[in-house]
Design a binder for this molecule. Structure first.
Ligand code: SF4
Length: 460
C-alpha cells in the first residue's frame, strides 16, 4: 500500500514539455502521487524547464528560490517537500543548479523522467540525485499509461510525442544539445496511444516533436514511415476528428506531407512553419539550410493543394550580423506570406551554441525592430481573423468558457471561438457563424440545431 501524496508539476516552454509533464504525473501515480494544482499542497514539486532563451532559464532559478522558501516553511512545520528540476535546463545545467541552490533534491533530464519513482525511493537527506544521461532504453516503453479518468480530466485535445530531438544544428539553438539526435517512435506505438486517448474522449491529437516532419518511425514491416503515413494511420482511429502536427522544418516538408494536406480531411488546414528570418544572408548564418525562396516555394506548394491553409511561424530579430536591410527582408516575407500569427523574439544568446561567439546586434536596435515586426504580424493576424466575420466555420467545442453557458472551441485554423452552447456538446464539431472578433478570440453562434456528440467523454 503506497502513502497518498501530491505532485505539482509546473511546465515552462513548448508543447513537448506539456506532454512530458503529463507523463511525469502518470509515471508517479503508481507511487501514490495524485496531481494537484495548488503548489502549497504538494509533497513533490517538479519544474519542467525550458532553456530556449536566457529569460526562460533565468525564470527557473527565480522559481527555485520561491519554492525553496515554501519547502523551508513546510519543513519548519514537520512536512517534507521534495523539489525536482526536469527538462532542458536540467539537461544543460545540472551542475549549475546544484551549485546555486541546496533546495533541489532531484535533477532529471528529458529522457530520464520515467525513473522519477526510483530516484525518489533512492533519495537520502541532503544528497541530491542527478540523472541526465541519455539512456539506451526507450523511455516511452517504460512510462506508465494514464488512466481514462486522467485523460478525460485533461480535456478532448491532446499532444502526442511522435519524434524527439533534432539533427539540424541551427547556430542559435540548444535543442540538439539538450534533446539529442532525432528519434522517432514506431507508428503502431503512437497509434496505440492515440486509440487509448480516443477511447477516453480525446477528439483532436497534435503530434509533436522538435522537428516533427522529419518523422521516420518504424512503419509496416519495420520500414521507416513518413509523417504523412503516420497521419493517415491515425486518421483511421475511431473518435479522432482532427489531427495537427508541430513544429516543422521547411526542409522536411516533403511531397507526401503536402499531398496529405490536400486529401486527408482530418488533417487541419494550419501549419506552423518556422522561418526565423527573411534574409538569405541571415538564414545562412543561422545554418537554417534553406533560402527565402525555398520557404516561399513550400508555402506555394501547400497552398496549391489546400488554398485556405493558415500559416504561422517563428521569427528571431537581431540575430548577430542582422542589418536593417536583412530585417526589411523579414518584413517583406511577412507581407508575402500573410501569416495568421507568429511568435517573434529578439535573439537570445545561448551558451555553447556557435552563434554565442558572434558579434551581437545592440539590444536597443533589436528591440526597435521587434516592435516593428510585431506590429506587422498583428496587422496580418487581425485581418485574418476579421475575414471570418459573417462566415460559418466548423468549431471543435473543447471546454467551458469563463461565463456560465459559454463554451470555447477552435476553428480548423486554430483560432479560439467563444459560443453559447450546452456543455454536453463538448467534443462535437459544429458550424459556428462568426459575429465578431475580440483581442484573442472570435465570437459566434451555432449555425444550425445541434445534436449530442457522437462520442461521450469518459468520466465527464
Ligand atoms: S530545427 Fe529547430 S530544434 Fe532544430 S536546431 Fe533548428 S531551431 Fe533548433
Amino acid at each position: 500500500m503506497t502513502t497518498p501524496r501530491k505532485v505539482y508539476v509546473k511546465s515552462f516552454g513548448c508543447q513537448m514539455n506539456v506532454y512530458d509533464s503529463h507523463r511525469m504525473a502518470d509515471t508517479l501515480a503508481p507511487a501514490g502521487y495524485t496531481e494537484t494544482t495548488q503548489v502549497g499542497d504538494a509533497d513533490l514539486i517538479i519544474l519542467n524547464t525550458c532553456n530556449i532563451r536566457e529569460k526562460a532559464a533565468d525564470k527557473v532559478y527565480s522559481e527555485i528560490g520561491r519554492i525553496g522558501d515554501l519547502k523551508a516553511a513546510a519543513a519548519a512545520n514537520g512536512r517534507r517537500v521534495l523539489i525536482a528540476v526536469a527538462g532542458c535546463v536540467a539537461q544543460a545545467e545540472s551542475a549549475e543548479i546544484i551549485r546555486r541552490t541546496n533546495a533541489v533534491d532531484l535533477v532529471v533530464g528529458s529522457q530520464n523522467y520515467y525513473r522519477l519513482p526510483n530516484m525518489i525511493a533512492r533519495l537520502q537527506a541532503g544528497q541530491p540525485i542527478v540523472d541526465t544521461e541519455f539512456p539506451i532504453e526507450d523511455k516511452f516503453d517504460l512510462l506508465t499509461q494514464p488512466s481514462r479518468v486522467a485523460i478525460a480530466k485533461r480535456g478532448i485535445t491532446s499532444f502526442v510525442t511522435a519524434q524527439e530531438g533534432c539533427d539540424k544544428f541551427c547556430t542559435f539553438c540548444v535543442v540538439p544539445y539538450t534533446r539529442g539526435a532525432e528519434v522517432s517512435r514506431p507508428v503502431e506505438k503512437i497509434a496505440a496511444e492515440v486509440e487509448r486517448l480516443a477511447a477516453a474522449g480525446v477528439r483532436e491529437v497534435t503530434l509533436i516533436g522538435q522537428n516533427v516532419n522529419a518523422y521516420h518511425g518504424d512503419g509496416v514491416d519495420d520500414r521507416p514511415a513518413t509523417l504523412a503515413q503516420l497521419l493517415r494511420r491515425l486518421a483511421e482511429v475511431p473518435g479522432i476528428l482532427r489531427l495537427r502536427y508541430t513544429t516543422s522544418h521547411p526542409l522536411d516538408m516533403n511531397d507526401d506531407l503536402i499531398a496529405a494536406h490536400g486529401d486527408l480531411p482530418a488533417l487541419m488546414p494550419s501549419a506552423h512553419l518556422p522561418v526565423q528570418s527573411g534574409s538569405n544572408r541571415i538564414l545562412a548564418a543561422m545554418n537554417r539550410k534553406h533560402t527565402r525562396q525555398y520557404y516561399l516555394d513550400v508555402i506555394a506548394r501547400l497552398r496549391a493543394v489546400r488554398s485556405d491553409i493558415a500559416f504561422t511561424s517563428d521569427f528571431i530579430v537581431g540575430f548577430p550580423g542582422e542589418t536593417e536591410d536583412d530585417f526589411r527582408d523579414t518584413l517583406t516575407l511577412v507581407d508575402e506570406v500573410g501569416f495568421a500569427g507568429a511568435y517573434s523574439f529578439t535573439y537570445s544568446s545561448r551558451p555553447g551554441t556557435p552563434a554565442a561567439k558572434m558579434e551581437p546586434v545592440p539590444a536597443a536596435e533589436s528591440a526597435e525592430r521587434l516592435q516593428r515586426l510585431q506590429a506587422l504580424i498583428t496587422r496580418h493576424w487581425r485581418a485574418f481573423n476579421a475575414s471570418f466575420v459573417g462566415r460559418s466555420v466548423d468549431v471543435l467545442l473543447e471546454k467551458p468558457g469563463r461565463f456560465p453557458g459559454q463554451l470555447v472551441g477552435k476553428t480548423p485554423y486554430l483560432q479560439t471561438v467563444q459560443v453559447m452552447a450546452r456543455p454536453e456538446l463538448i467534443g462535437s464539431v459544429l458550424p459556428v457563424r462568426i459575429a465578431g472578433t475580440g483581442t484573442n478570440t472570435l465570437f459566434g453562434a451555432i449555425a444550425k440545431p445541434a445534436h449530442a456528440p457522437a462520442f461521450a467523454i469518459a468520466g465527464a
